[in-house]
Design a protein around this ligand. Sequence first.
Ligand SMILES: NC(=O)c1ccc[n+]([C@@H]2O[C@H](COP(=O)([O-])OP(=O)(O)OC[C@H]3O[C@@H](n4cnc5c(N)ncnc54)[C@H](OP(=O)(O)O)[C@@H]3O)[C@@H](O)[C@H]2O)c1
Length: 303
Amino acid sequence: MRRETYVIERVGFIGLGLMGRPMARRLLAAGYGLTVHNRSRGPVEELASMGAVPAGSPREVAERSEAVLLMLPDSAEVEQVVLGKDGLIEGLRPGSVVVDCSTVSPETEVRIAAKLKEIGVDYLDAPVTGSTPAAEGGTLTFMVGGERAAFERVLPILRHLGSRIEHMGPVGHGQLTKLCNQIAVAGNLLAAAEAVLFAKRVGLDPKRVIEVIGAGAASSWQLVNLGPKMVERDFRPGFKAVHLKKDLRIVMEVSERHSLPLPLASLAWQMVRSLVASGYGEQGTQAVIEVLERLASDQTAEG
Ligand SMILES: NC(=O)c1ccc[n+]([C@@H]2O[C@H](COP(=O)([O-])OP(=O)(O)OC[C@H]3O[C@@H](n4cnc5c(N)ncnc54)[C@H](OP(=O)(O)O)[C@@H]3O)[C@@H](O)[C@H]2O)c1
């Protein structure tokens, strides 16, 4: 098979949540023969009603696809879907490629890539940034690790989903780049929440403050997009708190292995753990302002 010139037409997609559903819809609209699978059946039926082929297992997806994209919660789910019973590994043919767009541990990606290499299948870790609006608009940023030839083979697919698609190095380097992103995201999220809380406490209009400081050096995606939602108490998820907790857990694991202290990321991890423990795991990360408010109300009570 001449891999470099081989055009992929049949694509599989597994994990049809907040991100996976709009991504899969775009691939369908682009004309790919799409086979889909998800843990709950609702999103599978929705995509099937638009023309996708529903599959009952990852194995079935693999049997029908030349490339399979994953958009799953965490390392355990990716491992199960690829290597578990009725997993992709039971149906993949040599020459096919698996692209994991989930944010998971880099070590998991390296281990899975090695297993698939034994059967002649390429594996790319390709986590994304840009939340649900970017998934809907096809403007995600992809940070990809793996062999360059495999990267180039799936580029035409990824171009329907992202406006920036970068090859970062061998397998695992996509996830490592994404962890850098999440360190900065978590810091900006806490900074935005504290600024909103402070504005309210000192009697300013927090929405006006966001407009004004969001146009200057303090601006961030978190401040401009999530700040107003914090003010409005709109905690509907674009990015769930439970996923940020998972991302920061992975940051902690990797930084520990490298003996690297990360004070801000550690603090953010504790704040997001507290948020999830208080029952906000399925809410958006902007709900972190609840944790700060709890601290603030304790202070008020103490006088
Ligand atoms: N949301 C964002 O803004 C964003 C941005 C960048 C990266 N990410 C990352 O992308 C990944 C997905 O995020 P998301 O927001 O789309 O999460 P999500 O809404 O929780 O979706 C996850 C999907 O995976 C399905 N799933 C779980 N286990 C499965 C299994 N064993 N087999 C098949 N399907 C399974 C779930 O099915 P059910 O319907 O049964 O729950 C759900 O539909 C995460 O790693 C996240 O950190 C998210």
